[in-house]
Ligand binder design. Structure first.
Ligand code: UDP
Length: 329
């Protein structure tokens, strides 16, 4: 199989590349390196992997590569809460126009490769439902700063994917990704677990935003990419959003305690007001738990990683990267 991954030098994209290379496939990665890094790809054997640094919005080689691909994973997007808040125009420009350009190219190619358009749990917006399942009505509050621009860009990606499925018959899957975690995730753009791991290993306080009662459901990225692989190739998944995540829900305060416990760190916990972390008028999502029945009905997917296993694995991998006296490499 020949795989094209947009945003393939990013966190999830690089795991997709590793996963498919491990299955003996050939992989082409395109990435503008805005948040991804070449180092993410050098972390594993890159035989049969070609990397192109380019902007998806302008890259002239796109049509050629699309024609050669059996499957395309579209992961390129502006991600990470810090970046989303700092660059609100880029969010819609890259996320919406990039997806449009890719789907147009696929429609022109007429070779009908399988396409996966990455959506996000953020499309559930400010829903007060305790469990998030695909069919529920979505609630947005555009006047509340933070997530809405990103959430609507991802919802637009879903609508684009459905439209191209309807009009051009593209076999497109649309996973809603819930908080993937694992090796190569960077804390620089806000993601919580790599930040807690580094803070714990450096012996500095773990910065919990708000009172820490907000919850998330974390899914190991190696589980995430297996689920994506299964969905992308499954006709029953084409044309509809499907939750991809781990239904185990944990508060951010309990996550901080778990990291401290597993690391044996003497770090304390510091509560930081949301405004300090994200700026004024930030609106936090208080709860997030996926229902994954649809994923399990369509595929044979089962989780292989618990949160504790992921934390232990990250601690092990990061221990060698931390220099004494609490400085981060
Ligand atoms: N968070 C935190 N400390 C940090 C970074 C994030 O307490 O240093 C919190 C953040 O406010 C949110 C949760 O951790 O409640 C998950 O944040 P992340 O950015 O990883 O994911 P998202 O909010 O997009 O689900």
């Amino acid at each position: 199989m020949h795989i094209l991954i947009t945003g393939g030098a990013g966190f999830i994209g690089s795991h997709l590349a590793e996963h498919h290379l491990g299955k003996g496939h050939s992989v082409v990665v395109i990435d503008d390196l805005s948040t991804g890094s070449v180092g993410n790809l050098s972390a594993f054997n890159q035989g049969r992997c070609v990397f192109n640094k380019c902007d998806l919005l302008t890259w002239e080689g796109l049509d050629e590569e699309v024609k050669l691909a059996d499957r395309i994973y579209h992961m390129a997007a502006v991600v990470g809460m810090f970046r989303v808040l700092e660059q609100p125009i880029e969010v819609t420009r890259v996320n919406v126009l990039g997806t449009e350009r890719l789907l147009e190219s696929v429609a022109r190619a007429k070779t009908l490769p399988e396409v996966l358009i990455a959506s996000s749990s953020s499309v559930y917006g400010h829903s007060h439902e305790k469990e998030l399942r695909e069919g529920i009505e979505l609630v947005f509050a555009p006047e509340k700063a933070g997530l809405t621009g990103y959430a609507l860009s991802k919802l637009t990606n879903e609508i684009q994917a459905m439209a191209y499925r309807k009009v051009h018959g593209i076999p497109v899957s649309i996973p809603r990704l819930f908080n993937a975690v694992g090796p190569r995730q960077s804390g620089n753009y806000g993601f919580v677990l790599p930040r807690f791991i580094k803070q714990a290993l450096s012996g500095v306080p773990l910065t919990v935003y708000g009172d820490g009662t907000q919850t998330r459901s974390f899914c190991d990225v190696r589980d995430t990419v297996r689920a994506l692989d299964m969905l992308a190739g499954h006709p029953k998944a084409w044309g509809e959003p499907v939750n991809v995540g781990n239904p185990r829900e944990i508060s951010i305060l309990d996550l901080a305690k778990l990291v401290i416990e597993h690391s044996g760190s003497r770090s304390t916990i510091e509560f930081v007001p949301f405004e300090k972390g994200y700026g004024e008028s930030f609106w936090q999502i208080t709860q997030r738990r996926p229902v994954v029945e649809k994923l399990q009905q369509i595929t044979t997917f089962k989780h292989a990683w618990t949160l504790e296993m992921t934390i232990d694995d990250l601690l092990e991998r990061n221990r060698s990267n931390i220099v004494p006296e609490g400085r981060l490499l």
